[in-house]
Design a protein around this ligand. Structure first.
Ligand code: ATP
Ligand code: MG
Length: 401
């Protein structure tokens, strides 16, 4: 059976590595063969686990292995064909060598290749659970929306492209003076496309793979997590839990008293913004979370009421269809009563009220030029219709549903 796969992502410094490592330790303690893998190019998993890790899976303790993917090696392995070709092209165009080298690696690419190692581990049959400590952003996950494009390339473009290229290369070289991509470039891109498709299948397997968003009870951090949550939903990835880390405990003292009260308010925002997805909580400890003992303290707080490997929620909570002059948004809302619906859109924030309950969601930029025109609430789901043409400069979001 495929391993249970949990990806932890969130803003920088919120505690992703600590939470991933503590989840992995807890899974291992319950007897699951567990791999915790860091795809963040700036690794800190070794330090967190207090163990020496490498680019390959290394045993840390009973049932627990760790791996820090070396992005550079992955890039060299998978992207060198494209890099050489693009580099040559840029140098011929007068770009100096060092800039050319940097330009041949699109942003986010190194992390993408690191994530592909997850796919390799998936096929080994060695693991019951794979816990992924991702880079500090949900952007990588957006990159994973490429598979639809990738599939089209493979099916439609590749077979012809290769033939045309083979015929055109000598002419292009002498007439246009540009190096055409070689077979190595095509095989890099084809392999990447195939890997993305396979990766996508792993991540969209809602029974086994979920994402957990880590945040702190701070307004800006929560805002970013809400945005990521919207994208994950819209691209069809399941968020099965959100983690609020570093909550001030009751006995925090007078100096942080006001801060604690603010945090309590922010916690309410988290509850309403992500519901029905469960919220796991951990306090601000009196010391750093480093090494097995502290990781297990964190783990027992987070998973006081849940099994770490359980799929805590398994549905998509938002779906969006964007057409030329209207859009429809579907939202699962755990509001008990029907009540009167109110909608207010401020910038990209949509504030939905049902009776006396309120929920804010952050809309994707494609809806910037749209106004909500109609809303119905039935069977625990809200459907909102938007009117208005998107601004011409905006590219439409991928259509779903
Ligand atoms: N609940 C907590 N109480 C006290 N310290 C914590 C807690 N959670 C994490 N820390 C500490 O906060 C720091 C940042 O945590 P961590 O490295 O897990 O965050 P991260 O999200 O992985 O950061 P990055 O984005 O840099 O990868 C570490 O020093 C960690 O020990
Ligand atoms: Mg980290």
């Amino acid at each position: 059976m495929r391993p249970r796969t949990i990806l932890y992502t969130g803003k920088g410094g919120v505690g992703k590595t600590s939470v991933a490592a503590s989840t992995a330790r807890r899974c291992a303690a319950s007897g699951l063969r567990t791999l915790v893998i860091s795809t963040d190019p700036a690794h800190s998993l070794s330090e967190s686990l207090a163990a020496e890790l490498s680019g390959e899976a290394t045993q840390v303790s009973d049932h627990l292995w760790g791996q820090e993917v070396k992005a550079q090696e992955e890039m060299e392995h998978h992207w060198s064909g494209v890099q050489e070709w693009l580099g040559e092209l840029l140098i011929e165009r007068g770009v100096d060598r060092i800039s050319a080298e940097e330009l041949t690696v699109p942003p986010g690419m190194d992390e993408l290749f690191s994530l592909l190692r997850l796919q390799a581990q998936h096929h080994t049959d060695e693991w019951d659970a794979i816990i992924v400590d991702c880079a500090p952003t949900g952007e990588t996950l957006r990159l994973l929306s490429f598979p639809d494009v990738a599939r089209w390339w493979i099916e439609k473009v590749f077979p012809k492209e290769r033939q045309i290229m083979a015929a055109a290369r000598p002419i292009a070289r002498s007439l246009l003076d540009i190096p055409l991509p070689s077979a190595a470039v095509f095989s890099d891109i084809q392999r990447l496309s195939e890997n993305l498709i396979a990766m996508n299948e792993i991540l969209r397997d809602r029974e086994r793979s979920t994402i957990r968003l880590v945040m702190n009870p701070d307004k800006m951090v929560i805002g970013e997590a809400m945005r990521t949550f919207t994208y994950l939903n819209l691209y069809g990835y399941v968020t099965d839990a959100v983690v609020v880390n570093r909550i001030f405990p009751e006995d925090v003292g007078t100096y942080f008293g006001k801060w604690r009260r603010l945090q309590q308010e922010h916690l309410e925002l988290v509850e309403s913004a992500f519901a029905p997805v469960p919220v796991l909580r951990a306090p601000y400890f009196d010391q750093e979370v480093i090494g097995p003992e502290m990781l297990d303290r964190l783990g027992s707080e987070l998973f006081a009421a849940h099994e770490p490997e359980a799929v805590l929620y398994s549905s998509i909570t938002q779906e969006l269809v964007v057409a030329e002059d209207h859009a429809r948004l579907w939202l699962a809302l755990p509001f008990a009563d029907k009540g009167e619906i109110s909608l207010k859109k401020i910038g990209l924030e949509l504030i939905i009220g049902v009776g006396d309950q309120k929920r804010t969601i952050i809309l994707p930029p494609a809806l910037a030029g749209f106004r909500p025109s109609e809303a119905t609430f039935e069977d625990g789901a809200l459907e909102v219709t938007f009117d208005g043409a998107p601004r011409p400069s905006q590219r439409p979001e991928p259509r779903r549903r």
